[in-house]
Design a protein around this ligand. Sequence first.
Ligand code: NDP
Ligand code: 8X3
Length: 250
Amino acid sequence: MTQPIALITGATSGIGEATARLLSNNYRLIICGRREDRLRKLKDELKGDVQILSFDVRDKKAVFNAISSLPKDWQQIDILINNAGNAHGMDLIHEGNPDDWDAMMDINVKGLLYVSKAVLPQMVDRKKGHIVNISSIAGLEVYPRGNVYCASKHAVDALTKGMRLDLNEHGIKVTSIDPGLVETEFSKVRFKGDSDRAKQVYQNYTPLTAHDVAETIEFVLSRPAHVMIGDLLILPTDQASSTIVNKKSN
Ligand code: NDP
Ligand code: 8X3
C-alpha cells in the first residue's frame, strides 16, 4: 500500500523537525519552512520519500504557488500539520511593538488559514484527510505579557473548532495539540536571539522536548479511521498551568 502524504509546516526546527524525523518511516513527507538550507539538510538525513517547499506562510501568493507546484503524485495530501508559528516579544500590552503583533497574527493565524485553504479542497473532494493544528496552552489560558501570542492561539483554537464543524460532513478529522513548555528555538525567537534569556525559560525544571510532542502527533495520526482525537493538552509534569511551574531552587 502507498504511504500517506503528510505536509508539515515549520519543519526547519523544534516540533516540526522532530515530527518529520518521527514520521519519515511511515509517511511521504512535504517539509516546509523559510530556511531552505535546513530543509535540504533534513531531507538528506531522512530515509523516506521527501519533498521540500520553502515559503513564508505570511505570503498568500507564495503559499498557493508552492503547494500547487507539487508534482501530480504529491498533490493528494492526506495529513496537514499546521505547526509553523512563534511568539514575538513578551511585552505588557501598552508597551508592545505593533510589528510583533503583526508577525504573530500574520504567521500563527493567517498563515495557518492560507495553508489550510491551499490543502483542503482536494481533501473535501476525496472525503478524506486529517488537519492537525499545533495550538498551545496559550490557546486555552492567558498569562501576563502573553496578550497577543495568547490571542493568536485562542484564534487557532476557534479555527480548529470551526474546521471540525464545517468539515464534519466530509469525513475530515481535525485535531488540536496544545503543548505547554517545550524546549525548542521558540524562546530564542520570542526574545529576538537573546539565548541567555531563552535558556532561563527552561531552567530548574524538566520541560517537554520536541520529540515528546512529535510522539503525541504520531499517536493522534495512528488512530483507526473511526477515531478522532479532538483536543489534546500535553504538559511537562512540572507544569500545572501557564503560570504555575514547579521550579526547583538551585
Ligand atoms: P521553533 O521556533 O523551533 O519552530 C518554529 C517553526 O515555524 C520553524 O520551523 C520556522 O521555520 C516556522 N516558521 C516561523 N515563522 C514562519 C513563517 N513566517 N513562514 C514559514 N514558517 C515559519 O518553535 P516550536 O517548534 O516550539 O514551535 C512550533 C509550534 O508550536 C508553533 O506554532 C508554536 O506556537 C507552538 N508551540 C510551541 C511551544 C513551546 O513551548 N515551544 C508550546 C506550545 C505551542 P523558518 O524560520 O525556517 O521559516
Ligand atoms: C508556547 C508556550 O507558555 O510560552 O505556546 O505560551 S508558552
